[in-house]
Design a protein around this ligand. Structure first.
Ligand code: SF4
Length: 384
């Protein structure tokens, strides 16, 4: 079946121009324009597999409805291609969960779904095609262990992201399981202060009540904590947050008591790490006029790549090739815009220097297929 869909996948996502850039030491030159492509970019192993399984599922179950619980990955182009291949999205208007039954096939996305959603689909008799990435499953395994042992999972992630919701739900498989989601260092700092000195539980819950497990009691549930994270967060920040909790626990219980109160393990997936490392290497190696980061505006790993780049060079996070509107105008997601709610796109005029040499860095998030990267190169060349 894998071979049967290989042609379909190539037609939908392959790019000859990207192949050429790769074989030319990740560099592309045309006239005054030079593009440096990061050495790791685009589809990760988990996304590759999920998209492949979705196409296979469509073929394996002819005549049956094939659904996705929601976006398979955070890329509008890929999701539209799947809709065109007659895969329906339960998140689309008019689609319903309550009428699903044994004749329906439901694909679970790469970032997984909650324990509650899986049970519901199983109880309704649906055939499930589970594409949850192995790196996400690894996080779940550790969170479940925390729950079994009475450790609260501190999850560095975005609370509305599907992966973080699914990971948090794993903590509730055992009666002693608890979770708390922290978005960044600032939030982690507040929790660490409570660990060190205690404080007003009501005030704590007013701040964190929406991101904790039901019935969370900071006095009791911050005594033993284990760190985990959404796999696509900024690696350096996740590591720092882990260290902040280690230190807070050491301050509170002393070095000898640490093992009984604190656990951590590395849950950034290797694909995320490689893409972040590659973009840092690109920025180190090449002086750039600007950087383009391509990926869905709700793609966590893409937003984090853009954050890394913006610290060093003028950076535009674009969702699609059409965001390069003209040689004078670009549409983009402002780096650091809130990760929840509808992201407002900004537009900038005069984004391309009009004369002289032009050196542009380029990378793409883990959900961005090569054909989109290729179209960005094409458009950039046209406007340069
Ligand atoms: S970003 Fe990492 S965890 Fe997420 S699907 Fe890709 S490989 Fe898996």
């Amino acid at each position: 079946m894998k071979d049967a869909v290989a042609g379909e996948l190539a037609a939908a996502y392959h790019s000859a121009i990207v192949d050429r850039v790769r074989s030319n030491d990740y560099q592309y030159s045309a006239g005054r324009l030079t593009i440096h492509l990061a050495r790791e970019f685009g589809f990760c192993y988990g996304v590759d597999r999920a998209v492949d399984y979705a196409y296979q599922a469509r073929r394996r179950f002819p005549g049956r409805n094939v659904f996705l619980t929601g976006e398979i990955i955070h890329n509008p182009h890929v999701n539209d291609q799947l809709r065109a291949a007659d895969i329906r999205f339960l998140s689309d208007p008019g689609e319903r969960w309550d009428t699903l039954g044994p004749n329906d096939v439901v694909i679970l996305p790469a970032f997984g779904v909650t324990v509650g959603d899986v049970s519901r689909l199983v109880n309704q008799g649906c055939t499930l095609v589970d594409t949850t990435c192995g790196s996400v499953l690894n996080v779940w395994k550790n969170v479940v262990r925390y729950a079994q042992d009475g450790f609260t999972a501190i999850i560095h992630g975005k609370v509305h992201h599907e992966e973080t919701r699914a990971t948090a739900s794993q903590a509730l498989k055992y009666p002693r399981g608890r979770y708390l989601v922290v978005l960044d260092r600032a939030e982690a700092g507040i929790v660490c202060e409570f660990i060190r000195k205690g404080g007003d539980s009501a005030a704590f819950l007013a701040r964190f009540g929406d991101v904790t497990s039901p019935g969370f009691d900071p006095e009791l549930d911050l005594v033993r904590v284990g760190c985990a994270n959404q796999t696509t967060m900024l690696m350096t920040e996740s590591l720092e947050i882990g260290e902040m909790f280690r230190k807070a626990m050491t301050d509170r219980y002393g070095e000898p008591g640490l093992l009984a109160h604190f656990r951590a393990f590395d849950t950034i997936c290797s694909a995320t790490q490689e893409r972040q490392d590659a973009v840092i290497a690109l920025l180190d190696e090449h002086p750039l006029d600007l950087m383009l980061v391509v990926g869905g505006y709700n793609s966590s790993n893409t937003c984090n790549l853009a954050r890394l780049c913006a610290e060093r060079v003028r950076t535009f996070h674009i969702a699609e090739p059409d965001c390069l509107v003209s040689s004078s105008e670009i549409r983009y997601r402002p780096v650091g815009a809130p990760s929840t709610g509808k992201v407002l796109e900004s537009a900038q005029l005069g984004w391309l220097p009009s004369s002289g040499t032009l050196t542009v860095g380029l990378t793409a998030g883990a959900a961005t297929p090569n054909n989109i990267v290729g179209q960005v190169i094409d458009r950039l060349e046209r406007f340069a």
